[in-house]
Design a protein around this ligand. Structure first.
Ligand code: ZN
Length: 311
């Protein structure tokens, strides 16, 4: 008969052992799926920015000075009171400027920069993927940094566009929202400039949507990171990838509607798990399976309008 110490050494604890091994096994499984992939779609949401300290609308009750986001993030609100809308966005731009890209942003930027068969799509407007990509310019060069730029479905807080004409640009400067006169004006037509984010009731940028749709249709693996996958078009994109035979890898601390169709589900922080999954793809030597399959035609109109989230 074994004493307690011998028993503990010889017989793994029936409950504890699988729990200890599970995350490593799942990370390994995710890596093997990527190994076999020819094309990868990465879809990110608020959970990727959370470790960087980016607040969401739902923090602090989702209100700003008693205004709901739905009352401020609309073209109607901007037409009615552009100064108030700009004050809100100036505040949010300031909050985001104080945040830094985290390890997940950096790992994803290198992943996309080094492997052209990777498409990075984000719902986030905070610009942290863009900043992680820009950081690569110093180490990998301009072309690689450009490849790491995400398709930003809902636009970016750091960009502006004209409320009348087609002018659009990066706008890192502080916006002075003290009066109508101090708000930024279009250099081409003189109309008010507005944040280059997709507001409630507006359609997503067609070119970005088409590129994301093509990537979803041809993705062998779809990495869904830190998004509840209930906001459109993120849910549609993952479902398109799954419907076309792609495998879903989900990283999210909580269950989502995509969990049931996912091949691997990792219930942990995106900042911890993503660098672990992508560790072997942080150099250009890491290979994917052979040539990507050509994209097919895209019925973009089937994608639904965006839902409520942080824009
Ligand atoms: Zn203009």
């Amino acid at each position: 008969m074994l004493n307690a110490q011998e028993r503990d050494q010889k017989v793994p604890h029936p409950v504890l052992m699988p729990k200890l091994n599970e995350p490593l096994l799942l990370v390994d499984r995710a890596r093997r799926l990527l190994d076999d992939a020819r094309t990868v779609l990465v879809l990110t949401g608020a959970g990727v920015s959370q470790p960087s300290g980016v607040p969401t609308f739902r923090d602090a009750g989702g209100l700003w000075r008693n205004h709901k986001p739905e009352e401020l993030a609309t073209a109607g609100a901007f037409a009615h009171d552009p100064r108030l809308v700009w004050e809100w966005y100036a505040w949010r731009r300031g909050l985001v400027a104080d945040c830094e890209p985290n390890q997940a942003h950096h790992a994803l930027a290198r992943f996309a920069a080094l492997h052209p068969q990777v498409t990075l799509v984000t719902q986030n407007v905070d610009g942290l993927h863009e900043r992680a990509a820009a950081d690569l310019d110093r180490s990998l060069g301009e072309a690689a940094a450009e490849r790491a730029q995400p398709l930003a479905l809902h636009g970016s807080l750091s960009r502006i566009r004209c409320s009348k004409c087609s002018y659009a640009a990066d706008y890192p400067a502080v916006v002075d929202s003290t009066s109508l006169a101090t708000l930024p004006k279009c250099p081409d037509c003189g109309a008010l400039l507005r944040p280059a984010v997709v507001w409630f009731g507006e359609g997503l940028p067609t070119d970005i949507l088409e590129a994301a749709w093509r990537a979803a249709e041809s993705a062998d693996v779809c990495l869904v990171l830190g998004t509840s996958a209930v906001v459109q078009p993120a849910a549609s994109l993952a479902n398109i990838a799954h419907g076309a035979g792609g495998q879903i890898i989900e990283v999210n601390p909580v269950e989502t509607p995509l969990s049931v169709i996912s091949s691997v589900v990792l219930r942990d922080s995106v900042e911890l798990i993503v660098p672990a999954i992508l560790a072997t793809w942080q150099s250009a030597d890491a290979g994917f399976a052979s040539t990507p399959s050509p994209p097919s035609e895209l019925p973009v109109q089937e994608l639904e309008r965006p839902g409520l989230d942080g824009r």
